[in-house]
Design a binder for this molecule. Structure first.
Ligand code: GLU
Length: 428
């Protein structure tokens, strides 16, 4: 009936530090500082659920391809688990475990009633047609019907997934539930119960904590110089909003390359150019530089908003920035942390810096449940307040324990989840 089965194993990505080990190294340091009880330590390091599911679809040419899908729920002590779904060739269970744990800590830091989860499908989305992507998403959702749910586990967009992906998940889940369940995913299109400001939320959060950090160092936004790596949903918005704050953005990059202009880029012009040309690599009046050179530019603020493992033990010593605001998840390896600390670079860790996305996801979920939608102004004002509070709390915790902001953020989060666990107790 079908043409020959065709299973393609994506090429392995080499030289990647194990993200779960990277996460655990920081977790261990924070747990030690906190004097965490051993039983609670063991509880919190183990994900509550790890699902690996085989996702077969019929390709456009009639053949069958089988993809591997994952959903890891790290923890649901604070509430339903929350976290994105990514489509990429290097998706692995270890990566999902690390990203799911980061979601637990992220939600605790910004004080929203969610646990942490992450999911993904090992695939190369660039090689799939829109219809293949739709079938892949719907079958993945169908396989996870008993995991997802507005009170159980709520996916959102992540790398290579978007509003359309969320609409397919919502529709598939709703078809099986025999009613429209908007609250089962966030990051939906506005027309389907999405929230104002959700698309820009992660980049806006990066801008909010970056300007707070600049202020701490006594640098005025108008005098600040920034470099942004990555021009996707996070990097482009962060760069645009920093530019609006008067920050001079001298370096930018996307998957095709990096560009530099000592006078600073006009961000609306760059965004316009990228919309038309799909890439910023050939933007006029800019010097083309390598990704390594971009990261090593002299600046006040470096925003790695591309992917994992960009700042490593190999290049950390060459960085010439004063602040790093981690727009991506896990852009700095655990081995690079002490080098950055030694250099006196203030690192705003991913679990704080990019928490604006999940914060507005929470607003979206609340609005879906109320059936009452907020203005953009209300969303942005509340986001600003919550990101500021989180920044101040992380700063205070780091000062109290005399540790870098990253460990301060972990301590704050682990302490909150551990205290909640103690009150709930262990069901037996
Ligand atoms: N994928 C985003 C993150 O890593 C958003 C998750 C969400 O909104 O649930 O934070």
């Amino acid at each position: 009936m079908y043409s020959q089965v065709n299973y393609k194993e994506p090429a392995p990505i080499m030289n990647k530090e194990n993200p779960f080990e990277s996460m655990m190294e920081r977790f261990d340091t924070a747990a030690n500082k906190l004097g965490l009880d051993e039983g609670i330590y063991n509880y919190l390091k183990s994900p509550v659920k790890q699902v690996i599911t085989s996702v077969p679809i019929i390709m456009d040419d009639g053949s069958i391809d089988v993809f591997e899908g994952y959903r890891v729920i790290h923890n649901d002590i604070l509430g339903p688990s929350k976290g994105g779904i990514r489509y990429a060739p290097d998706v692995s269970l270890d990566e999902m475990k690390a990203l799911a744990a980061w979601m637990t800590w992220k939600c605790a830091i910004v004080n929203i009633p969610f646990g942490g989860a992450k999911g993904g499908i090992k695939c190369d989305p660039a090689k799939l047609s829109l219809h293949e992507l739709e079938r892949l998403t719907r079958r993945f959702t169908a396989n996870l019907l008993d995991v997802f749910g507005p009170e159980r586990d709520i996916p959102a967009p992540d790398m290579n997934t978007n509003e359309q992906t969320m609409a397919w998940i919502m529709d598939t889940y709703s078809m099986h539930s025999k009613r429209t369940v908007t609250g089962v995913v966030t990051g939906k299109p506005m027309i389907l119960g999405g929230s104002q400001g959700r698309r820009e939320a992660t980049g806006r959060g990066v801008m909010i904590v970056s300007t707070a950090a600049l202020q701490k160092l006594g640098i005025k936004s108008n005098d600040a110089v920034a470099v942004v790596q990555g021009f996707g949903n996070v990097g482009s918005v962060a760069a645009q909003l920093l530019y609006e704050q008067g920050v001079k953005v001298i370096g930018l990059s996307d998957v095709n390359g990096a560009i530099y202009n000592s006078k600073g880029f006009n961000l609306p012009e760059v965004i316009d150019y990228v919309e038309k040309n799909k890439s910023l690599a050939k933007f006029p009046n800019a010097e083309v530089i390598s990704n390594e050179e971009l990261l090593e530019l002299e600046c006040d603020l470096l925003v790695p908003a591309a992917k994992e493992d960009q700042i490593r033990s190999k290049n950390a010593g060459r960085l010439k920035c004063k602040i790093i605001a981690e727009g991506a998840n896990g852009p700095t390896t655990a081995k690079a942390d002490p080098i950055l600390q030694e250099k006196g670079i203030l690192v705003i860790p991913d679990i704080l810096a990019n928490a604006g996305g999940v914060t507005v996801s929470y607003f979206e979920w609340v609005q879906d449940r109320m059936g009452f939608f907020w203005t953009l102004n209300r969303v942005n004002t509340r986001l600003e307040r919550m990101m500021h509070e989180a920044f101040v709390n992380v700063y205070k915790t780091a000062a109290k324990y005399d540790v870098p902001l990253r460990i301060g953020a972990y301590i704050l989060a682990i302490d909150k989840v551990a205290r909640t666990l103690k009150i709930r107790g262990i069901y037996a």
